[in-house]
Design a protein around this ligand. Structure first.
Ligand code: GTP
Ligand code: MG
Length: 293
């Protein structure tokens, strides 16, 4: 192994909906983490590994920082703090259109506990004019960051310089993971996330937040994959909404999720979905454990 090889953990933190998962996917050039226009899309720590000859950057996408209202939120916050504990570098990301909110400032205060270097990213600059962008950059520069960088993760950004900047802060180390891997999470996890993403994209109000998906059976053959999954909801009244008229909504979730899974596996995908009810699962420790949170 090259003695100049660098490797380390970089966590991406910020309030919900600022573009953490979008940034992770753009940096990796692959869709690892699900994205939706709604806050609280990411619920767990999602690892994405960027490999090149001289470096391995292990990115940790985290759930957006929030005030815990349910046991599920406590779990989400624990994924966030665990990621921070493991980090060699922290990327704090914020929305140029909204910064500074109370939550942004709360996170910045919380980050002070972690003595590793921190970089601030002002994201979504496509939504503000240059003057506002400059003002907000100056504001962030007054805080405890080694560097402040602004861009729009949605647009074409040349991330090479950004990655070099991150690498500067990483220790000399051999890789932690097999350099052929982009994540250490199993395909079942990605399938569950893809189903959840479809629920976030296609339903409003409480439905996305009351839902989770669990793969019950996963059979991968040479050219095809057969998956059985349950969508868990909290109330009986939510079932007809997810089903839709003549099953139109659940068929849409199935069709879109199959397409997304196909993109990853390049195999024929058959996904069977069932709806199940567990009242108030977000508040119950046992249910959360059963659902992998
Ligand atoms: N206009 C604009 N939208 C963006 C940009 N980056 C991300 N978004 C959008 O912001 C929304 C939230 O993006 P996510 O990546 O899911 O945000 P997140 O921070 O991971 O959100 P949580 O997982 O809920 O904490 C999505 O609709 C993205 O398409 C950007 O640079 N400009
Ligand atoms: Mg996210």
């Amino acid at each position: 192994m090259d003695k100049n090889h660098k490797a380390g953990f970089v966590s991406i933190v910020g309030k919900p909906n600022v573009g953490k998962s979008t940034l992770l996917n753009k940096l990796l050039g692959e869709k690892i983490s699900i994205i939706s226009p709604k806050p609280q899309t990411t619920r767990q720590q999602v690892k994405g590994i960027l490999n090149s000859e001289n470096r391995q950057i292990v990115f940790l996408d985290t759930p957006g920082f929030l005030e815990a209202r349910y046991e599920l939120h406590n779990k989400m916050l624990s994924y966030l703090t665990n990621a921070l504990k493991d980090s060699d570098l922290i990327i704090f990301i914020t929305d140029a259109h909204k910064y500074p909110t109370d939550y942004d400032l709360k996170i910045c205060r919380m980050l002070k506990k972690f003595s590793v270097p921190k970089i601030a990213v002002l994201n979504k600059i496509d939504l503000v004019d240059a003057k506002i962008e400059a003002e907000k950059v100056v504001n962030l520069e007054k805080l405890d960051f080694e560097k402040v960088i602004s861009f729009s993760a949605l647009n074409k950004v040349n991330f090479d310089d950004f990655l070099d900047t991150l690498t500067n802060y990483l220790p000399l180390s051999p890789p932690f993971y097999n350099p052929d891997e982009i994540s250490d999470l199993p395909m079942r996890f990605f399938v569950q996330e893809i189903i959840r993403e479809q629920i976030f994209l296609n339903f409003r109000d409480e439905i996305p937040y009351s839902s989770t998906a669990i793969v019950e059976e996963y059979h991968e053959l040479e050219n095809s994959v057969k998956i059985y999954a349950n969508i868990w909801i909290e109330r009986k009244s939510q079932k007809p909404i997810i089903l839709g008229k003549n099953g139109s909504q659940i068929k849409l979730i199935k069709k879109n999720a199959e397409k997304e899974i196909h993109k990853i596996l390049k195999k024929r995908v058959s996904l069977q979905l069932w709806i199940k009810i567990k009242p108030e699962w977000r508040k119950k420790k046992n249910a959360l454990k059963e659902f992998g949170y």
